[in-house]
Design a protein around this ligand. Structure first.
Ligand code: KG4
Ligand code: ZN
Length: 333
């Protein structure tokens, strides 16, 4: 297969990112900007602000990328853009830029599923990438899903389970709000938890199969806090307990699904996969069963265009249709 230089574009939420990746694996360069600081003032993402910020960041970031890599747009062979799922006004910005690029340089365009792309992140510039098939857990602000990935063909990616309500990141963000810790919640809860002890019990739905539910644990926290006066000690212990409760169920269900399908590799991706406690618990449990767990580099846990360019390449060489008329509004897989 000849070398293909792919331009990846990601604008599905509050990060604006562009990347150049060669033939699915070699990172040539990437840039990322974010409007997270502005959303922090409101305690959550405001779609209108996110999309306006994408428009502002677009050109400076693109210019920065092409200056950094010393490469000409004409060298690009393929364009890959996140087209689902995400905030519609944000997606539209990236998809419009992608279409403009594709038309201007007359190159094919593929739309990429953002959730599956999170599972592609550990394949970039990694001399020891995961083996396929693998079980993949995506834990982000909006999604919590387990997949069995047999190949990068869309038809060979099977959804095993998903959250019935809140996503893991959402459960952490909402808890941080209840605790007055600001947004985003995951990193701050992780930091507080490091100094605390998991002495409280916050029950998390387990149920049958590989589905999750995290709305109950958030309500349990709300009730727990009702008659308490929050001091620093209590805050740290609550963070440690809450984080532990959530991570344990993620580890349990993911390792169980890998065992069920006799798979030896597990990939965990998405913003929450940056969590050190989660990484540690996954490693501990996986080694008991001879399973290897793979995480993205920390910089690729958050939303980025590198994973989009990588997965876009895989889909394209497997015959994904050029999607100049791509459908932004269709539902996620
Ligand atoms: O994947 P991502 O960057 O954006 C989405 O596609 O949603 O994930 C953002 C989520 C937020 O909920 C944030 O609180 C969480 O990832 N997060 C973390 C950590 N860093 C970010 N959660 C736990 N520990 C972290 N270190
Ligand atoms: Zn994401």
């Amino acid at each position: 297969m000849e070398r293909l230089l792919v331009l990846g574009i990601e604008t599905s939420c509050d990060e604006t990112s562009f990347a150049l990746v060669e033939s699915g694996y070699r990172l040539v360069g990437y840039v990322v900007g974010s409007s997270a600081e502005i959303h922090a003032r409101y305690g959550g993402i405001i779609p209108e602000i996110a999309s306006r910020k994408h428009l502002e960041l677009l050109w400076p970031l693109l210019r920065e990328l092409f200056t950094k890599v010393n490469c000409d747009v004409e060298e690009i062979n393929l364009i890959a853009v996140t087209n689902r799922p995400g905030l519609i006004p944000s997606l539209l910005v990236g998809v419009s830029v992608a279409k403009a690029f594709a038309l201007a340089i007359n190159r094919p365009l593929v739309g990429v599923d953002h959730i599956i792309a999170h599972l592609y992140a550990p394949f970039i510039d990694n001399p020891n990438p995961p083996d396929l098939p693998f079980v993949g857990l995506v834990v982000s602000g909006g999604h919590t899903q387990i997949f069995l990935v047999s190949d990068w063909d869309r038809e060979k990616i099977k959804l095993l389970g998903k959250t019935r309500d809140d996503a893991v990141g959402e459960a952490l963000d909402k808890a941080a709000k209840l605790l007055g810790l600001g947004y985003p919640g995951g990193p701050v809860i992780e930091k507080m938890a490091m100094e605390g002890e998991a002495v409280y019990d916050f029950p998390v739905y387990r149920g049958q199969g590989f589905d999750f539910s995290f709305s109950g644990v958030k309500t349990a926290l709300l009730y727990f806090l009702r008659d308490k006066e929050l001091n620093h000690r209590l805050l740290r212990d609550v963070c440690a307990s809450y984080q532990k409760a959530i991570v344990e169920v993620l580890v349990e269900k993911t390792i169980q699904s890998a065992r069920n399908y006799s798979v030896k590799d597990v990939v965990v991706g998405g913003g929450v996969s940056a969590n050190k406690y989660l990484r540690c618990r996954f490693e501990e449990e996986a080694t008991k069963y001879g399973i290897k767990v793979h995480f993205p580099e920390l910089r690729f846990c958050m939303d980025n265009a590198v994973m989009i360019a990588g997965l876009g390449y895989q889909w394209y060489i497997r015959g994904a249709k050029d999607s100049l008329g791509l459908e932004v509004f269709s539902k996620s897989r």
